[in-house]
Design a protein around this ligand. Structure first.
Ligand code: GLN
Length: 388
């Protein structure tokens, strides 16, 4: 009576943990959404755009001003050149862009390589497109790219590889050598890459963001996806983009026209304004987030978690081995929410087998007082019970 893939899907872990946090009045460091970081000028640009209108369907491809701004921003920060008219369109968030890409590229029976821990929206949509996600696991604590495992996962049916850098949930930033290896695989096996780069502007410690799209010999095989939600700390706005050579972009844009058709014009206008903001805005966001990361990592380490600073994105992974004999991340996150009043996300939710249980994910993109409150609550919890 209903579709089996979605009928058997669980509610996403982000929703589950956010509702649990609400129920218990917990500080929510689970779901990845920022707090207090949205630039005031961007909000003003949004208000002005709402006053001015228009309020009707814009072109399915998006406002020209925003498509041009996406191209300009990619050139300014990443040295990436794309033709805004033929190679860029706007979506209602990266989630929609990913859906469009999988629907537009995949045929039944195709295999798609994904790296675990994997962002949760990829698998169900790949399967709904009739294709098969093939998981290749990265191992803690280094989360290196497992080159041998990738080579053995590629078959004659492999069509695509999904590359999420900076990577949610672990904050890994793929280096140039890793991307070159993947590019060589793409060339040797005639693959395309769907590159989820929603955290493109959140790479810390002076490192640059690397994209497969910047490599000339695979550029025409790469679909690059971004989101204003992360770049401007407005995750509720749901403005994303797709950048790809025209032959890949066209079927993806066709999928988009029947998924959402278009995206609110005032929000598109505001994001166009945001992408043109001076370098100082983008540098400031990185510096603020890196400082919050460092604060949280140091505090968690002091409380007995095994926490390491992430190279990019919003998240710190913390090992719970020193705090929880059972090493059960799901039970630990529930208990921490209910007893300590602090919410994180269990890392096992990002593994198809749900079998890597000793780690949890904290989001550090919050105000300093929120992080301090979370740390104080965790410290009090440890005092009261130990964390066992
Ligand atoms: N990307 C966010 C996270 O990882 C959540 C977005 C969502 O809930 N779909 O927490």
């Amino acid at each position: 009576m209903v579709n089996q893939i979605f009928a058997s899907c669980e509610t996403t872990i982000f929703e589950v943990m956010s509702r649990l946090a609400e129920e218990h009045g917990a500080v929510n460091l689970g779901q990845g959404f920022p707090e207090g970081l949205e630039p005031a000028e961007l909000i003003e640009a949004g208000i002005a755009a709402f006053r001015k209108g228009p309020h009707q369907y814009p072109s399915t491809m998006g406002l020209p001003a925003l498509r041009q701004a996406v191209a300009e921003n990619a050139k300014r920060f990443f040295g990436i050149e794309a033709d805004w008219e033929r190679e860029i369109f706007i979506t209602s968030g990266a989630t929609e862009a990913l859906c469009d890409a999988f629907l537009g590229l995949l045929d039944p029976g195709d295999e798609v390589i994904v790296f675990e821990p994997v962002y949760d929206s990829y698998g169900p949509i790949i399967r709904r497109a009739g294709a098969v996600p093939v998981a290749v696991r990265l191992e803690p604590p280094e989360w290196r790219l497992p080159r041998e495992k990738i080579l053995s996962a590629i078959t004659l049916r492999t069509k695509a590889i999904v590359v999420n850098t900076p990577m949610n949930p672990i904050g890994k930033v793929f280096d140039a050598g890793e991307l070159r290896f993947l590019a060589d695989c793409m060339l040797a096996h005639d693959l395309v890459a769907v590159c989820d780069e929603v955290y493109e502007h959140l790479v810390f410690d002076g490192r640059g963001h690397n994209s497969l799209f910047a490599l000339p010999d695979v550029r025409d095989r790469v679909v690059r996806i971004g989101s204003a939600g992360k770049t401007f700390s407005v995750t509720g706005w749901k403005i994303g983009y797709v950048m790809a050579a025209a032959k890949l972009l066209t079927p993806i844009a066709r999928a988009h026209q029947f998924v959402t058709f278009t995206t609110p014009p005032a929000l598109q206008a505001a994001v166009a304004f945001g992408l043109a903001m001076p370098d100082a805005y983008f540098a400031g966001l990185k510096a603020t987030l890196a400082a919050r990361r460092d604060f949280l990592v140091a505090a968690l380490s002091g409380l007995g978690f095994e926490a390491r600073p992430a190279a990019g994105a919003y998240f710190t992974i913390a090992g719970i081995g020193g705090l929880d004999d059972a090493g059960d991340d799901v039970a630990f996150c529930r208990r921490m929410t209910v007893e300590a009043g602090v919410t994180a996300v269990p890392l096992s939710a990002f593994f198809s087998g749900r079998d890597l249980r000793g780690y949890i994910r904290f989001c550090f993109a919050k105000t300093q007082p929120t992080l301090e409150e979370a740390v104080a609550r965790l410290a009090a919890w440890r005092e009261r019970h130990g964390a066992q």
